[in-house]
Design a binder for this molecule. Structure first.
Ligand SMILES: [Zn+2]
Length: 95
């Protein structure tokens, strides 16, 4: 977090970076208040579309989470390591 003020492209106000959502390119050009206002306006204009958009974000996030879960191919190796670690616990303690 920096104390540098950024100018919101929508309302023109200078705000600290904490007042902006972080995005893929270092942050959005709209402040949080304007983002929320824009989302509300979009929802009013087209509720179904906005609902589907949010559903899409959630599905993408879920897919990403599943993709990050380690697969089972490494499991035997891992359990072997933890078994070795457990055997060492009985040894002399390092101060
Ligand atoms: Zn703004």
């Amino acid at each position: 977090m920096t104390d540098q003020l950024r100018r919101c492209k929508t309302c023109g106000a200078f705000k600290p970076s904490d007042d902006y959502y972080r995005g893929p390119f270092g942050g959005f050009v709209r402040c949080k208040a304007c983002c929320i206002a824009a989302r509300k306006a979009a929802y009013k204009r087209n509720p179904e579309y906005t609902k589907n958009l949010v559903r899409g974000y959630r599905a993408a996030a879920k897919a990403r989470r599943l993709a990050e879960t380690p697969d089972d191919t490494q499991a035997p190796f891992k359990s072997n390591l933890s078994e070795m670690a457990r055997q060492r616990v009985g040894g002399p303690r390092i101060q």
